[in-house]
Design a protein around this ligand. Structure first.
Ligand code: PMP
Length: 308
């Protein structure tokens, strides 16, 4: 039954070493929509905190520890739509640091309860202001008392995209045997797209890099940003993408249901949006990799599951 199981204890917390090395799963049923195309999902829900954001949260915290900016007595503070917050909460608890998070009040109840379960100080911000309201509140708190906080500021921290440049992209290259032709990822902070995209572009200049966004400012693609109407992250460079694909919330809902029902993959709405974009983009022959960003267990209270 594989390698013997051993206890892990390396680095400042063993939990940090569980992030990454996620499986790449072939979406063999959805793939039938586009004959001649191989379609794969990077199963980021496999991370210990259940999302793609474990990688950058880990990297930003390790960098804070190494530079001395994160040291005993500090509180970890940031704005998040949920998944980075869950990663900070989990790693913060494991490292012994308190965590304070600014989160839009309309994130799913599951996320709020999970953050509470980890003992986070939760600052709920105006739902009408979305993730921008949470960003403004985190900045205000940090500026009012900079000594108190370690503020990674994931939207402007290069170690966010670097985490993907250093780990996610090499894993994808290895798992596809270097055969991939397209990479597709939704934009939140843009860390996943920028980090993986930059590494892939260096490896193969003609790889097609597609970013994914909601089709308007009011949308249900939790975790993704409509860049033209939002505070644009400092780490985002729109020039990297060969193509930017807009996905409607309803299409993403429908694909998220299909992933559960046809592939057995219970994932979140942004994963559905990524797969919609991947199927729309690819022309055969192509080997397309996209990201299954987080676990669907975070969205079970959503009504869209009830449709058949
Ligand atoms: N999907 C979900 C569910 C997310 O929480 C996020 C992060 N906001 C993303 C996608 C986008 O990831 P990134 O921040 O790396 O652009």
């Amino acid at each position: 039954m594989g390698a013997p199981l051993t206890a892990i204890a390396i680095g400042p917390s063993p939990l940090l070493d569980l992030a990454g090395r996620t499986p790449l799963i072939r979406l063999s049923r959805i793939e039938r929509d586009c004959p001649g195309v191989e379609l794969y999902g990077k199963a980021e829900f496999h991370n210990p905190g259940g999302s793609v954001k474990d990688r950058p949260a880990r990297r930003m915290l390790l960098e804070g520890l190494a530079s001395g900016q994160l040291r005993p007595g500090k509180v970890i503070l940031d704005a998040t739509s949920g998944n980075t917050g869950i990663a900070y909460a989990m790693f913060g608890a494991a490292l012994g640091y308190p965590v304070s998070l600014c989160v839009p009040a309309n994130v799913t109840p599951e996320r709020k309860r999970m953050l509470m379960a980890y003992g986070v100080d939760l600052v709920l911000t105006d739902p009408l202001e979305g993730s921008d309201g949470a960003i403004r509140e985190a900045r205000r708190r940090y500026q009012a008392d900079p000594e108190r906080y370690f503020y990674p500021d994931q939207y402007n921290n290069d170690f966010n995209w670097r985490a993907h440049y250093e780990t996610t992209a090499p894993e994808i290259l290895e798992q596809t045997g270097g055969r991939l032709t397209h990479f597709v990822a939704g934009l939140g902070t843009s860390g996943t797209f920028m980090g993986v995209g930059r590494r892939l572009r260096e490896w193969k200049p003609d790889v097609v890099l597609a970013s994914v966004q909601p089709d308007g400012p009011l949308h249900g693609l939790e975790g993704l940003k409509h860049m033209s109407t939002a505070i644009v992250p400092g780490i985002y460079d729109p020039g990297l993408a060969d193509v930017d694909i807009q996905v409607e919330t309803e299409e993403a809902f429908a694909m998220t249901r299909r992933l559960a029902r046809e592939e057995g993959l219970l994932v979140g709405i942004s994963s559905g949006a990524n797969v919609v974009a991947a199927t729309r983009l690819a022309r055969p022959p192509a080997v397309v990799v996209t990201v299954l960003c987080d676990t669907g267990s975070r969205y079970l209270s959503e009504r869209f599951w009830e449709a058949s």
